[in-house]
Every structure is written in C-alpha cells, then in structure tokens.
Ligand binder design. Structure first.
Ligand code: FAD
Length: 382
C-alpha cells in the first residue's frame, strides 16, 4: 500500500466502508466521528446491486442479505393505486438487484467490519486543524492531540467542514425545494418491491425492509425550506397525502403519532474534480450528495471507499497519481447518478392532476427503457 496510516473523518456509511476497505489491506486506520455514540436514525435504506458488490468487497454481503429484503423490480402507480407500469430491474446477476434494510443494521454491520479489520473509531471526535507537509499531513484532533497521517479522508457528509476547508465556499449544498418524509411501518403482504405512487405535485412510495417491516416515503415541495415543528409531523404529513387513495390512503389513515416520522429537506452538491488537495480528499455526500431517487447515495459512497482502497494498493505509484486515477474512475459515474436523480425528482414533482393522463402514457412508454439504461450502466463494474 502507498499509505500506512490514514485518518477517516466521519463514521457514516462511506467512512465506515473506507475504514474497513483500508484496514483489510493492512493500513492503520483512525476514524474520528463527531457523534457521541454509534447509533443512527432507524429508517430504512435500499442497497442496489452495485452497492451490494461494494459491500461484498468489504466482506459483509452475507450479513447484509441476512437482515434485508431482496427484490427485483419497481412498480409505478397513480395516486389512487392504479398500476401504471412494472419495471423489472436491470441490476443484479451475481448479487440481488436490490436489498433494503434498516439503517441501524447497515451501520452495525459496517462498524463491525471496520473494527474487526483493525480500524479504531473514536466518537465525539473531529479533525480541528490540518497542516499539509507534502508527503504527510499533521492533524490537530478535537481532544488537542496532534497526529500524523499519510492521508486524511473526509466522509463527513453533506455539510462537510473538510470540503469547506479544502475548497472554495461556493461548493456548498443547494436546497432543491423538495423534502422527503419517511416512516417505518408494518409491511402489508402486498409490498414485495419498491412501489411508487405518482400524486398531484407529490410522490409517495413504499420499500420493504424485512418480513415484518417496510417504510413509506413521501416527496413534497417545501418552498423556502420552512421549519416544521416535530410534534406536528403526523398532521402535516397527512395533509400532504390528502389526495391519495388505495394503499397510500390506507397507510396515511394509520398514521397517529409524529414520533418516528423522519423529515429530510433534499439538498445537492457536486464538487468539481478533483476532490483532493495535497494529502486530503473528500468523498461520499461531502463530494456528491444527490437526490435519493435512484437510491444510490450510499452506494456511491461505498463505491468511493472500495475504489480508493484499490487505487492506493497499486504498487510503485505516488499517492497523487493514485488519487488522480481514483477521480478518473469516479467522476462520470457519480455525475450520472446525480443528474438522473435530479431529473427524476424535478420531473415527478412537475406532474399535476390535469397532466396525469398524459404523464401516465409517457411513463408507460419511456420509464422501463430509461430506468433500464441507467441501471444497466450502474450494473457495470465501477
Ligand atoms: C431521504 C433520503 C433517502 C435516502 N435513501 C437512500 C437509499 O435508499 N439508498 C442509498 O444508497 N442512499 C440513500 N440516501 C443517501 C445516503 O443516505 C447518503 O448518500 C449516504 O449516507 C452518504 O454517506 P456518507 O458516509 O458520505 O455520509 P453520511 O452517512 O451522512 O455520514 C457522515 C458522517 O460524518 C459525521 N460528521 C459530520 N461532520 C463531522 C465532523 N466535522 N467530524 C467528524 N465527523 C463528522 C456525521 O456525524 C456522519 O456520521 C438517502 C438520502 C436521503 C436524504
């Protein structure tokens, strides 16, 4: 390996993936995580086939499949629950097309993989200051200690302080104007794949997570990114689902408590290439946070982690050359995911009740081909 000691900033999905990938190759890995403990919010997350391949490279595929729910298609409906089109997935082959699971399970498994490989995770810790010394970097940690690393890897999320430190302030996340509401619920027997329900300027859907559970998501326009009081979430979500019938109407009527409703304003950022400066690099959401419409954000972060470790393992090459080679493999793929996710978000939110008949015909005609094309691309090795 070209590096013997690295600091990973952030023990989210990508940071834990990078810690596992590098520690498995014998690199000494410290992870600094700002949160005081390892727990994460309990909603679900889908891992498509390309992400499952990254998880296989980290040695945890079986554990992930054991706790998740596998499926191979997305079905689209109108807001009364009438089927528009069934899209079998172009993902998969050697792994399932999709495996959805709870975020807490994904974190637990990735934390185990990182720690078993020898990475040391410290909670309530961050990198306060960096001094690049050419072939290494001196880091002042928030406990006052100064440590020296060959590379600092920032997986510190959408609001990444490391991105701000390394690059100009213009690369800040931009609010899309839309938000996602998520709530974990018991899984009705009919929910065996991602089901998407097109509404009047909104979209709802369900994703199965296990034999017993699933989560419902709802995407809504929230101009100006308003503050929404957490104790009123149930009423506010029900209001936004007012026009829905069928399954989503039934699920709306079953919502009684605001607890457990997770509300996420959607922001995007795409840092231009390269994502590194000297001996520091930012990855995952810190470099390329996208709308969740292809369920690819975590997959892109995990691919970043695995590809970085592969490039740093190439013998007889300088670290800077490996980081440049990493960018060659990553930028176009990540940009495609971001662009397509954004187009889907904006396109779906623009559909009104009056446009629905036309939109339905268009979706029937074009969705399987469009989705198949992007999934086919993402199913290629990264
Ligand atoms: C509504 C919604 C639904 C989604 N659904 C999916 C899905 O189904 N499938 C999918 O693949 N992706 C999904 N995503 C995207 C996915 O959650 C992210 O892309 C993924 O979590 C990015 O991983 P990351 O490690 O880069 O960042 P994060 O997971 O955000 O981790 C960043 C970590 O850094 C820590 N941190 C922050 N600042 C500091 C600091 N200064 N010092 C130290 N630590 C710090 C944070 O506490 C956190 O632990 C969804 C996103 C949203 C908003």
């Amino acid at each position: 390996m070209q590096v013997t000691r690295v600091l990973v900033v952030g023990a989210g999905i990508g940071g834990l993936g990078a810690a596992a990938a590098l520690a498995r190759r014998g690199v000494g890995v410290d992870v600094a995580e700002l949160r005081p403990h390892s727990g994460v919010l309990g909603v679900g997350i889908n891992q498509p086939a390309n992400s499952l391949r990254a998880l296989r490279a980290l040695g945890v595929l079986e554990d992930i499949l054991d706790v998740g729910f596998q499926y191979d298609r997305t079905t689209f409906y109108d807001w009364q629950g009438r089927l528009i089109v069934d899209c079998p997935s172009a993902l998969g082959g050697d792994v399932p097309a999709n495996n959805a699971l709870s975020r807490s399970d994904l974190h637990r498994i990735l934390t185990g993989a990182a720690e078993q490989a020898g990475a040391k995770i410290t909670y309530g810790m961050t990198a306060q200051d960096l001094e690049d010394a050419g072939d290494r970097v001196h880091v002042t940690l928030s406990d006052g200690k100064i440590e020296t690393y060959d590379l600092v890897i920032g997986f510190d999320g959408l609001r990444s302080p490391l991105r701000r430190r390394l690059f100009a302030a213009e690369h800040e996340p931009v609010f899309t104007g839309y938000s996602v509401w998520r709530v974990t619920m018991p899984r009705p027997a009919e929910v065996t794949n991602t089901m998407v329900f097109q509404g009047d300027g909104t979209k709802a859907g369900v994703i199965p997570l296990s034999r017993d559970s699933m989560y419902m998501f709802v995407v809504t326009a929230e101009p100006g990114n308003p503050y929404l009081p957490s104790d009123q979430m149930a009423g506010l979500l029900k209001e936004r689902l007012a026009g829905y019938g069928g399954l989503i109407g039934d699920l709306r009527d079953a919502i009684t408590a605001s607890d457990g409703i997770v509300y996420s304003p959607l922001s995007e950022v795409l840092l231009p290439s390269p994502w590194f400066g000297g001996r520091a690099i930012v990855l995952g959401d810190a470099a390329h946070a996208c709308a969740p419409h292809l369920t690819q954000g975590a997959g892109m972060a995990l691919e970043d982690a695995v590809v970085l470790a592969e490039e740093l393992a190439v013998p007889d090459r300088a670290v800077a050359a490996s980081l440049a080679a990493f960018m060659e493999r990553r930028y176009a793929r990540v940009k495609l995911v971001q662009d397509v996710s954004h187009q889907i978000l904006v396109g779906e939110m623009a559909i009104t009740a009056a446009m629905l008949p036309q939109a339905v015909a268009h979706m029937r005609e074009t969705l399987p081909g469009r989705l198949g094309q992007v999934e086919g691309f993402l199913n290629q090795p990264c």
